[in-house]
Design a protein around this ligand. Structure first.
Ligand code: ADP
Ligand code: MG
Length: 234
């Protein structure tokens, strides 16, 4: 019974998501169609129409891209990784983008091993989504503080920006599919990240203050490091 309930809940969310995706993709498709039709009639290439069409195509690509990471069950493989390495890879990958926006990553990373069981690409996607939000929240540049700590059996990763923050009335809507406060946002980043972290038995928590900044804390269950073999006295 419980399983049935869980499955029907899952189906409803999948259905809602599918409806949302269809809707979000139909809008740019309608625009594309309209401009193509105009182009057909005018016989002369209108470059501003073409660039609009390209940006609509980019939008569709962005939306589909965010879903691909969730919709690849055959590629899902959990492996043992040190979160510090996973995060460092992502920081390296985003460094030039951060630099471009006058943003510096400041890290405080524990010396202790932080082994977890994870689907590496999905976990990277979570860090990318969160760091991108942090960058986008600071149009004038600033610092993003990133920390990794061991907290008993768990590992806590926090990403804190000094950006625009999130108004209180918006906070509960964040993570709803397609909820965005940005002109060109997809409103999928947090939803996708939440789902990935849930599938890792972790939690994702957002705290924010307008004009002060936002802090996102991800907690993941840690794995015990290989126990040292017991040394026998001679
Ligand atoms: P998107 O970034 O495409 O809008 P997300 O799901 O990543 O979608 O984020 C949803 C919304 O939450 C954002 O549009 C923004 O309004 C708010 N938000 C998320 N992270 C931050 C942050 N670090 N600072 C300020 N606002 C944020
Ligand atoms: Mg985002």
């Amino acid at each position: 019974m419980e399983e049935l309930l869980r499955r029907s809940e899952k189906l409803t969310t999948v259905g809602q998501l599918a409806a949302g995706v269809a809707h979000e993709i139909r809008n740019p498709l309608t625009t594309l169609r309209g401009f193509l039709q105009l182009q057909l009639q005018s016989k002369k290439l209108n470059t501003s129409h073409v660039s609009l069409m390209l940006s609509e195509l980019d939008r569709i690509n962005l939306i589909v891209g965010e879903f691909l990471i969730l919709a690849k069950p055959q590629a899902i493989k959990f492996v043992t990784k040190d979160v510090r390495d996973v995060l460092q890879d992502v920081l390296l990958f985003l460094n030039s983008e951060a630099h471009l926006h006058n943003i510096v990553f400041r890290t405080v990373i524990t010396e202790e091993e932080c082994l977890i069981s994870c689907e590496e690409n999905q976990l990277k996607q979570v860090f990318i989504n969160l760091l991108k939000n942090a960058i986008e929240a600071m149009p004038g540049g600033g610092s993003v503080h990133i920390s990794i700590q061991r907290k008993g059996a768990s590992i806590a990763i926090s990403i804190t920006d000094e950006g625009i923050g999130i108004p209180e009335e918006m906070i509960s809507k964040i993570g709803d599919p397609f909820f965005t406060g940005k002109e060109t946002g997809t409103g999928l980043g947090i939803m996708v990240s939440q789902r990935i972290i849930n599938s890792h038995q972790g939690t994702l928590d957002i705290q924010s203050q307008v004009n002060v900044g936002t802090s996102v804390k991800v907690t993941l269950p840690g794995m015990k490091a290989e126990e040292e073999p017991v040394k026998l006295e001679a």
